[in-house]
Design a protein around this ligand. Sequence first.
Ligand SMILES: Cc1cc2nc3c(=O)[nH]c(=O)nc-3n(C[C@H](O)[C@H](O)[C@H](O)COP(=O)(O)O)c2cc1C
Length: 624
Amino acid sequence: MAGSGGVGARGAPVGKEKTSQRQWRQAAGPGVARGTRPAKSALYDAAGSRRPIIPASTFSPFPVRYTVLALCAAGVAAGLGGLALAPPAFAGPGWIALAAVSGALTILGLRDLRQSRHAILRNYPVVGHLRFLLEYVRPELRQYFIESDREAAPFSRAQRSLVYQRAKGEPDNRPFGTQLDVGETGYEWINHSMQPSRLDGHDFRIVIGGVPAPGAAPGTGCTQPYSASVFNISAMSFGSLSANAVLALNKGAKLGGFAHDTGEGSISRHHRVHGGDLIWEIGSGYFGCREADGRFSESRFEENARDPQVKMIEIKLSQGAKPGHGGVLPGPKVTAEIAEARGVPEGVDCISPSGHGAFSTPVEMMHFIERLRRLSGGKPTGFKFCLGHPWEWFALVKAMQATGITPDFIVVDGAEGGTGAAPVEFIDHVGVPMQEGLLLVHNTLVGTNLRHRIAIGCAGKVITAFDLARVMALGADWCNAGRGFMLALGCIQAQTCHTGFCPTGVTTQDPVRQRALVVPDKAERVRNFHRSTLHALQELVQAAGLAHPRQITAHHIVRRISATEVRLLSNLVMQVAPGALLGPLDDQHTVFRNYWPLASAHSFQAVDPAAYAAAPVTETETAP
Ligand SMILES: Cc1cc2nc3c(=O)[nH]c(=O)nc-3n(C[C@H](O)[C@H](O)[C@H](O)COP(=O)(O)O)c2cc1C
């Protein structure tokens, strides 16, 4: 009741006003929606006493929420009055300032009342802007004051700090002991040896390509195998990254002797300045190797692929953050440099279709791989993907079996991976996480006796040496990091990559913002991050008594599964025996029993198993 509070509209605090509105709705009955003004008859109590049950404040011509606007107007009056009336001793710029600031805020408040876009500003002129301001600075407030060290979003403060320290070459040791809860389910560790090994260095390398296909003529296949570091820069295009970021990454790769994946935006002039090893990624837009109409161009591909700086060719099928989703770089963002790198017209929307046009069946894809390998002069050629339907992956393996053509490598990207921009549903709910994808890819290749011909890389939040060791234990030969290297460049995880307003110049095309990223300094940081991470990996490998991280297996990693139980990862994850998928599948994991029969080398669609068995390999599909 209005009287019960004893406070009229003008003096009522906001909370009071809220209460009054609730009373009003209750009195008006359930049919009256929030904010709806009830019929006048509903405003008096049932007894018809004409005693108002709705507070007077509800109908006040001047609700309390306009107080700030009123104060601003009063400020104008006071300022002007002061200027006109104050004795000379009290006259001064203060009155002018008061009138000017109050005047500006009053104009803002009147504008708020008139505009129709933001209801909050219509109801709360001037003061309503605080909400937008606080929303705007919320991520920073959260990051600096609220977020805990281990809260991942997507990288925790602890992870980011480690990268920064390693990138700056600062000591990364920690005092006192672990901050992790070793009794928590999911806690993992690597078992050490009583006889640690001693290694000379940490330049761990693996050879990709060069394993001849059975019966292949000499000089065919991959004739230029690549000796790759076990830790490389993941695919990120010039366009999603700034020119200075690309320059610093590539220089860092050159200094540290590791590889830099171009991303699907192809090879820009910035990739070529410092000469760091490149993995050239070919996406569905065939950037850097396309005809004007977007079809794959052999001659343009050959020209770029034969560049000695290009060490490997990677066909991008999908990326973990947005598998099955194409992309559009809007025309205004297609600058002259981006257009030059991609081979597209400047200022025109640049489209990456969601699928490839150069092949439409798994067998055709194997022939495309063989074609690229030949055109590149025998460089390792493989593909990157995020696992989706298991039968599609099995279809690729069946195509390898049917054609005898195998990629030299496969990069498995996880759903946890990053992107410059993607729809939130794709970021959050499309694609298989890296661990599950990696396990299926590795085990399928082991089970079909193809594993020794195909190196496996993977990407998905690999930041520390333990992350590296763990995924190598699950079957990877090497790892790529995207955002880890962005952090090394100085990225502060502001998550504004898609806006062009990156505060550290990593993901903007704005030439002024990019100047914040000083290439020689950041190139050193990229090299340092790589070097320190591999040094830490060396120490882990030594502690486990091994000679190379490739020797780390699922038998070395232990996971807590309850307060009282732990298991070796080898007892928890799928482990297919060599050749086991070549015979009956009855004893195999259900993923093989259910989906392997549905896969066909001739189609990405799931097929009727009986129809598949009868289908011959057609001529168009086998032609090289
Ligand atoms: C800004 C940005 C741009 C990316 N661009 C590409 C791309 O062009 N091609 C691609 O295959 N993946 C791209 N990715 C995905 C990364 O290569 C990587 O697979 C993924 O982020 C997982 O690695 P991470 O967790 O170490 O970042 C991009 C990621 C980011 C953050």
